[in-house]
Design a protein. Sequence first.
Length: 156
Amino acid sequence: MEPKLLTLCMLKEGNKILLGMKKRGFGEGWFNGFGGKLQEGESLEDAAYREMHEESGIKVLNTSKKGILYFDFVDDKEKLEVHVFQIEEYEGKPIESEEMRPEWFEIDKIPFDKMWPDDIHWLPMFLEGYLFKGYFEFNDNHKMLSHKVKKVDSLN
């Protein structure tokens, strides 16, 4: 089974990071970056830009890919491949959408207890500027069963 391709945009500015409280759907009630599924014929970058704008009102001008995260949900046999982008340049101010409520957090006050359990394993690498790859196995109750994250020299 081929994994479903997804994007995740992270906006770090100085000592702060923009996260969104997911208001509906997958991950509802948790803070996360901004992103989602590709539409027909859309590139990863196009999807990242579109999702960021739809969910936060931010218009992305430039990004760099920082990581790839693989998720295996063993109970329902779903596999996800998430491409993590750092927003380098953007326009606009974050606004609440039907799906997300954006909020800035100081880096040392990131609410890991209100986020997916995998975030605490890869987000510090992102914040330190490393390229990374990670593998996470979850059950249906969103309990992480196993994980492996490593710094890499290339995402190819």
